[in-house]
Design a protein around this ligand. Structure first.
Ligand SMILES: NC(=O)c1ccc[n+]([C@@H]2O[C@H](COP(=O)([O-])OP(=O)(O)OC[C@H]3O[C@@H](n4cnc5c(N)ncnc54)[C@H](OP(=O)(O)O)[C@@H]3O)[C@@H](O)[C@H]2O)c1
Length: 333
């Protein structure tokens, strides 16, 4: 396989304490250590990438850095491990794009244990249309199931529903037969969310009302929460007996003002979801399920494709909550 040398990458630099984000040409020899060299096909834009490229969150501490916390591609060189040149692979997490150069580049050199074979039934592009956000949504679904939240238990609320995690969670839960209520701040997102399978769409401002009450009327059997802050606190107060909240994000805030009453009076579970260092076997299970259970035509409808040079502006829009669905980055465009 002919390697692009130099190769194109989005590079974060830190001159004089400010962050500079530029598409550059780098020599192959500048890549970090690792036993597998991957010719990257696609990466995707996740909230963490947006925080990194806009410098609105302390994601990257070592410079220069190539961000991009996930990618799909084809093995170009492999010096150990199970992969051989030509194998299609996928990577999410493991600190890639944060501490180790990531997927916003035509080439990535990584450890073989961070890679998984491309799941059967997925293309390289579909894998990144799902990406970290979609994989994490599946981890939420699996956690709800493991906590006994089955479709007959009642309604599931998905917050930040037009976002990457939210969209995929709505689609998956609806496909599995759950009655899904989607919470969004986008007045023009209601029909979109219904087209993904939401039974009802509610305004996020009505959900995240601050209250001194320790409990409210129980409404939700389960929750997938990308938002945190007042939203997560409200969800806890509104859970039904033995309900389960999967806490996955902080798009609305990192603080949590809550009491113990939902836990000790209603046996509510609050389950943290952390995808970055998730065990490999659980990742395999989640990817296999995504390949089998996610309607790919619907996923196509909620995906836009962009180039490396578009990432900084799209990152700003993402942090401002203006994006909808998933953004795939074609690193070779
Ligand atoms: N724990 C993990 O392993 C893991 C993995 C992936 C992502 N995450 C986290 O999950 C969250 C969502 O990630 P994502 O990739 O889905 O991001 P995203 O596509 O930007 O979606 C976030 C959504 O949250 C809502 N939102 C944005 N700003 C808000 C605010 N100020 N107040 C209330 N709601 C707001 C918006 O949805 P509406 O307009 O529809 O309300 C937005 O679309 C992020 O915090 C991310 O870091 C965690």
């Amino acid at each position: 396989m002919a390697l692009p040398d130099p190769f194109q990458a989005l590079v974060l630099e830190n001159p004089n304490g400010t962050i500079r984000t530029t598409v550059k040409k780098l020599p192959v020899g500048s890549l970090p250590e690792g036993d597998v060299l991957v010719s990257v096909a696609y990466s995707s834009l996740n909230y963490k990438d947006a925080l990194a490229v806009t410098n609105r969150g302390k994601i990257v501490r070592r410079f220069p850095m190539v961000p991009g916390i996930d990618f799909s591609g084809v093995v170009a060189e492999s010096t150990s491990g199970p992969f051989k040149p030509g194998d299609p692979v996928v990577l999410t997490g493991w600190g890639v794009g944060e501490e180790h150069w990531g997927g916003f580049a035509q080439l990535a050199r990584v450890k073989s244990e961070w890679l998984l074979p491309l799941p059967q039934g997925l293309t390289l592009k579909w894998a990144m249309q799902i990406g970290t956000a979609g994989l994490t949504a599946m981890f939420c679904v699996m956690a709800l199931e493991e906590h006994g939240v089955r479709p007959d238990k009642g309604e599931i609320i998905v917050t930040g529903a037009t976002g990457g995690v939210g969209c995929v969670a709505v689609m998956l839960l609806a496909k599995l037969g759950y009655r899904v209520v989607a919470s969004t701040g986008k007045a023009d997102g209601h029909e979109f969310l219904k087209s993904l399978g939401a039974h009802e769409v509610i305004d996020r401002n009505k959900l995240a009302v601050r209250s001194d009450k320790p409990l409210e009327r129980g409404r939700w059997a389960g929750a997938v929460d990308s938002v945190g802050g007042e939203t997560l606190a409200a969800l806890l107060r509104q859970m039904e007996r033995e309900g389960c909240v999967t806490a996955v994000g902080l798009a609305g805030g990192a603080e949590l003002h809550a009491t113990v009453y939902p836990f000790i009076l209603r046996a509510v579970s609050l389950v943290g979801i952390s995808s970055v260092y998730m065990a490999t076997e659980r990742r395999r299970t989640a990817w296999t399920r995504l390949a089998g259970e996610l309607p790919m035509d619907t996923l196509d409808r909620l995906t836009q494709t962009a180039r490396l040079s578009d990432v900084p502006a799209l990152g700003e829009q993402m942090i401002d909550g203006k994006l909808r669905g998933r953004v795939v980055i074609d690193v070779n465009a």
